[in-house]
Design a protein around this ligand. Sequence first.
Ligand code: UD1
Ligand code: UDP
Length: 360
Amino acid sequence: MKILTVIGARPQFIKAAAISHGFAQYDAIQEVLLHTGQHFDSNMSDVFFEELGIPKPAYNLGIGGGLHGAMTGAQLAGIEEVLLHEKPDWVLVYGDTNSTLAGALAASKLHIPVAHVEAGLRSFNRKMPEEINRVVTDHISTALFAPTATAMQHLAYEGIPAERCHQVGDVMYDAALLFGERAKQQSTILQQLNLIAGEYVLATIHRAENTDDLQRLKIILQSLGEISQTLPVVWPVHPRTRKLLEQKTLHGLLGNKVQLIDPVGYLDMVMLEQHAAVIATDSGGVQKEAFFYQVPCVTLRDETEWVELIAAGWNQLVKLDDTNEVTQTILGAKLKTSTAIQPYGQGNAAVKITSYFREI
Ligand code: UD1
Ligand code: UDP
């Protein structure tokens, strides 16, 4: 069976690392990797292939940047050409990026079944590009691999036939188990940045709803600046956010103590997460990693798809309309619970997904 996997953005490389490893165990599965080029800086792309042992993609379309329509449209055309040539039995897509939507659309128009990993997540905020991408992808997929029971409920509620939906757990948990220990052994990032374990805040911000809303972005910057007067703050800056900081000359709002660094590889990121006092983020993946490593997390958004962590007290949302409240929430963040929950499965999502393809 030939599976063509479409990836393009940072979190998709990490997810693919777990599943491609699963596929590679079986001769009967031939995986062809297609990288759309959505993320292209070496620290947003190459580093993950090198560190996590992901095979070099057979195709890289080099299509990144630009407006949503232009990017998604060019990816759609490029993927279609490859699909016509490769004639795969399945197309596999991850998550909710423009690359996900382009892959799913290109395949479904050619009547190639689509498998969607991380199906069923909803923020119920249709202003998020990701919400549109994931809803459309779910509705044109043949196999939907949901990470959680809540995601399964969303799919049922939207009328997607139950036989297409499979609760397999979260592939990010697989990745955390596969690489978490290696991070401890290999990463020297704490020494490089002069950080003391348990005595810094780790921040990441890249969501359009935060970066493209000047008022919200200013509140985040002012808050991180205030926090850095009390506790070191380290922030690996996503290129989207870096561009806005530069275009709008916003660095002044941060003061001079926040450590702004370039995006780091996965092992360094995991090391930074494992030893942070608090994580402040708008990333989907980072919210869950905070939970995996039992680090208090404040999510800088009005809502999240990962509702289990909020309900159980492992994560908290903070609205971005008052700098002082954001600062106090981050500085005061403590684990509100030690209750063990396991909403993301057993760390064997890749095994379950691989089995699905072996058994059909
Ligand atoms: C994308 C996804 C988002 C995901 C995130 C993961 C969409 C709509 N959004 O957001 O769901 O959470 O990836 O990180 O697909 N850029 C660079 N170098 C790079 C990558 C991007 O300079 O290596 C620039 C682009 O040129 C663009 C900006 O950053 O100007 C944003 O990139 P884009 O891929 O459009 O969206 P992300 O914010 O990365
Ligand atoms: N990540 C990384 N280096 C960084 C920032 C994040 O390796 O500098 C990892 C992080 O550990 C997580 C994933 O990237 O596994 C999350 O990606 P991102 O926040 O870009 O996207 P999202 O999960 O919000 O879609």
